[in-house]
Design a protein. Structure first.
Length: 488
C-alpha cells in the first residue's frame, strides 16, 4: 500500500510543488522587516514556482490517465489542461498585484500566499473523483477566497464584499452538503464511478426522487461559477474587492467550478435515463438564465469592474450551455472557451486596474480618449472587447461559434438562439467602452504611470493569443480535443 501511495505521489507533483511554494513564501516573508516594501524575492520565487508547476503539468500530459490515492483523484488530460489555465490565471493575477495600488503594500505577499492556496483548492476540484474530495476542493478554495475579498480591511466596500461572499458561500455549501448526504443515503457510496453505476440500477420513481438532490448539489458548484440564481454575491464582491483579487476570482474559482461540473456531468449522465433528462433540462434553464441575466444587467452599470462581473456571469452561462450535449464535442468547446476566456479577462482587468489606480475609480468615463493618449492600450482593449462580444476573426468568436455549432448539431435550437441573441445584447456594453476610447475626447493629458513600457509590453503579449487563437485555432482545439475525461 505504501509503495502504491509513493507511486501516486509521482503524478501529484504539481500540487505538491504549490504546497512547497506556499511554505517557502511564508518563510521568506519572515526575513523581511515589517515596513519593508520592496519584496522582489517573494515575487521572483512565486514566478519560478508557478512556472515550475506549469512545466510539471505539461509533463503530466504525456503520462497515461489514471486514478490515484485510492481512486479519490483523477489525473487525466482534461484536469491537466484546466489546471494549466488556472496556473496561468494565477500568474497573471500575481503580477497585477505587484503593480496595483489597490492592495496595501504590506499585504501583497499575503495575497500571493492566499492565491496559491485557492489555486491548490481549484486543482483538487478539477481532479476530484468522489464527493469528499470535491467538497474539500470547494471549501479550500472558498474559505481562503472570503479573506481575499476583504483584503482592504480599511475599506468598507471590501469588508462588505468579504462578508457577503462568506455568508452566501456558507449557505450554498450547506445546501450542497444536504444534497450530497441524500445521494449517499440512496446510492451507498461517494465514489463518482460507483454512484454512476448505482444510478443506472434505479427505477424511474427512484430517479425522480434523486433529482432534487442533484439540484441541491448544483447549488454549491453554481455558487462558485456565479450561475443564476446563485450569482447575487458576484457584482458586489467583484466591485468591492481589490482589482487583482477580482481578476483572480474571475478566472481560477470559476474555471475550477466549471471543471468539476463537467466531470460530474460526463460521469453521472452519460447514459440515457430520466435523471439525464432532468439534468439536461436544469443545465438548459441555468445556461439561458445566466447568460440573459448577466448580459441584461451589465447594460446599466457605471463601473467597468461591475460590468465585467456581470459579463463573467454571462460567460459562465455560455460554458454551461456547452455541457448540455453531454459529449466530447461539448467538453472540447468548453475547454477552448476557458482558454480564450483566460486571456480576454486578464487584459480587460489589467487595463481597468491601471486606469482605476490613476483616477481612483473605474467609471466608463475614465476611458475617454484612451486611444489618443496610449494608442496600443486603446487598441488592445478594443480587441478584447470585440472578442468578448464574439466578433470574427478573434478568439471569442471561435469559442462562441464552437459552442453554437455543437448546440445546433445536437438540435438544441432554442438554446442556440438564446446564446446568439445574448451575444448581440453584450455588444451594447462592450462596444460602449470602445466608443468612449475612440470617439470621445480625452479627459486630460495627464500621464498614467501604470502604462509604462514594461506593462504595455506584457499587456500586448497577453492580447496576442486573442488574435492568434482566432486565426490559428486548430492547434489549441487539438489540445482541447485531447483533454479527455478519464472515468474510473
Amino acid at each position: 500500500m505504501y509503495l502504491n501511495y509513493l507511486a501516486n505521489v509521482g503524478r501529484y507533483i504539481p500540487e505538491l510543488l504549490l504546497v512547497v511554494l506556499m511554505i517557502g513564501i511564508i518563510i521568506l516573508e519572515t526575513t523581511y522587516a515589517e515596513d519593508e516594501k520592496n519584496k522582489k524575492y517573494v515575487f521572483i520565487l512565486t514566478c519560478v514556482g508557478l512556472v515550475a508547476t506549469f512545466a510539471s503539468l505539461v509533463a503530466n500530459m504525456s503520462g497515461k490517465a489514471e486514478a490515484i490515492f485510492s481512486n479519490s483523484m483523477i489525473i487525466d488530460p482534461f484536469s491537466t489542461v484546466m489546471k494549466m489555465v488556472m496556473v496561468l490565471g494565477t500568474l497573471g493575477a500575481v503580477y497585477l498585484s505587484t503593480i496595483s495600488k489597490d492592495i496595501y503594500e504590506s499585504l501583497k505577499t499575503e495575497f500571493i500566499i492566499m492565491a496559491i492556496g485557492v489555486l491548490i483548492g481549484g486543482m483538487i476540484l478539477a481532479s476530484a473523483n468522489n464527493m469528499l474530495m470535491l467538497y474539500l476542493g470547494i471549501e479550500t478554495l472558498s474559505i481562503i477566497s472570503y479573506v481575499m475579498a476583504s483584503l482592504k480591511k480599511n475599506d468598507e466596500r471590501s469588508s462588505e464584499a468579504g462578508l457577503k461572499y462568506a455568508l452566501f458561500g456558507g449557505v450554498s455549501s450547506g445546501i450542497m452538503l444536504f444534497g450530497m448526504s441524500h445521494m449517499f443515503g440512496v446510492l451507498g457510496t461517494i465514489q463518482f464511478s460507483g454512484m454512476a453505476a448505482n444510478i443506472a440500477k434505479l427505477d424511474h420513481t427512484q430517479m425522480l426522487i434523486m433529482m432534487p438532490s442533484f439540484v441541491l448539489f448544483f447549488a454549491g458548484i453554481g455558487y462558485k461559477i456565479a450561475a443564476v440564481p446563485f450569482h447575487m454575491w458576484s457584482p458586489d464582491v467583484y466591485e468591492g474587492s481589490p482589482t487583482p483579487v477580482t481578476t483572480f476570482f474571475a478566472i481560477v474559482p470559476k474555471l475550477a467550478g466549471i471543471s468539476a461540473l463537467i466531470r460530474v456531468t460526463m460521469i453521472f449522465f452519460l447514459t440515457p435515463s430520466a435523471l439525464r433528462v432532468g439534468w439536461v433540462g436544469l443545465m438548459m434553464i441555468m445556461a439561458a438564465l445566466t447568460m440573459t441575466v448577466g448580459n441584461v444587467t451589465a447594460i446599466g452599470q457605471k463601473s467597468v469592474k461591475r460590468m465585467l462581473a456581470y459579463s463573467s456571469i454571462s460567460h459562465a452561462g455560455i460554458m454551461i450551455a456547452g455541457l448540455v450535449m453531454i459529449n466530447d464535442i461539448g467538453v472540447r468547446a468548453v475547454v477552448f472557451y476557458g482558454i480564450t476566456y483566460l486571456f480576454m479577462t486578464l487584459v480587460a482587468f489589467y487595463v481597468t486596474s491601471i486606469v482605476q489606480d490613476k483616477y481612483g475609480n473605474d467609471h466608463f468615463e475614465r476611458f475617454q480618449g484612451l486611444i489618443y493618449r496610449y494608442p496600443f492600450m486603446g487598441i488592445v482593449m478594443s480587441v478584447v472587447m470585440f472578442s468578448l462580444t464574439g466578433l470574427p476573426p478573434l478568439a471569442g468568436f471561435v469559442a462562441k461559434f464552437n459552442i453554437l455549432n455543437a448546440l445546433i448539431n445536437s438540435k438544441y435550437y432554442s438554446l442556440a438562439i438564446i446564446l446568439a441573441l445574448n451575444s448581440v445584447i453584450s455588444a451594447f456594453y462592450y462596444l460602449k467602452i470602445v466608443r468612449l476610447m475612440t470617439l470621445k475626447t480625452q479627459e486630460s493629458n495627464e500621464e498614467i504611470e501604470g502604462f509604462g513600457f514594461l506593462n504595455q509590453v506584457i499587456i500586448i503579449v497577453m492580447t496576442a493569443p486573442v488574435l492568434i487563437l482566432g486565426i490559428f485555432w486548430d492547434s489549441i482545439m487539438g489540445l482541447a480535443e485531447g483533454a479527455k475525461i478519464f472515468i474510473k
